[in-house]
Design a binder for this molecule. Sequence first.
Ligand SMILES: Nc1ncnc2c1ncn2[C@@H]1O[C@H](COP(=O)(O)OP(=O)(O)O)[C@@H](O)[C@H]1O
Ligand SMILES: [Mg+2]
Length: 225
Amino acid sequence: MITAKNLKRIYTMGLVQVHALNGVSIDIGTGEFVGITGASGSGKSTLLHILGLLDDPTEGEIMIGGEDVLGFSDSRKGRFRLRKFGFIFQDYALVPELSALENVILPAIARGIPLPEARASGGEYLDRVELSARRDHLPAELSGGEQQRVAIARALVNNPDVLFADEPCANLDSTNSRKVLDLFRQINEELNQTVIMVSHEDWHREYFDRVIRLRDGKIEHEETL
Ligand SMILES: Nc1ncnc2c1ncn2[C@@H]1O[C@H](COP(=O)(O)OP(=O)(O)O)[C@@H](O)[C@H]1O
Ligand SMILES: [Mg+2]
């Protein structure tokens, strides 16, 4: 469903050029659970952001569901992301002034879903991550693991085809990490959602269908598990 060819991303900082991605080609099928690993600075986040249409490559091509997405205008990319993608980040990225439920329904509201419907569906996803009892809590009133589960409910609220997660367990202990990964696995199996997850923890391999290891902006190793 996602085919990327020869992706390059060069950051120019004054006279210095950083080749964050240096020719990455990747093919990800519908319903795959793909792990992206590699040392810090190897290009994992850059790749995830580019595949998720949050950043443009300097060179290369991306086809998603047969569409040449890099040719889209920015507003069309935005609509495409809202309709098809969910994002989960290392630092949860919740809005501190909004309750758990309000955070969860933001992408649905952005997509134009009427408030009552958005609230109903947000409530279902909060239930799914076992946080119904915390729906009116602010992020600061939740533990790290709970905040990340709110962020997961938010990523799922528009029922995305692809879930992108950038080190979602980085700030969690192993018990909460397992909860998050088990949830990804369930979603992946039940809803056939594609999951692309960046991780630097070796034991996360047991959850992946395939692991892609980056080094210096290139694929160093690829393995089906
Ligand atoms: N906005 C940016 N400007 C300049 N260099 C960047 C920027 N973002 C990332 N880089 C550089 O690109 C390389 C890859 O970064 P990144 O994709 O964040 O790696 P990872 O997620 O694997 O740690 C690193 O050398 C990093 O310093
Ligand atoms: Mg990163």
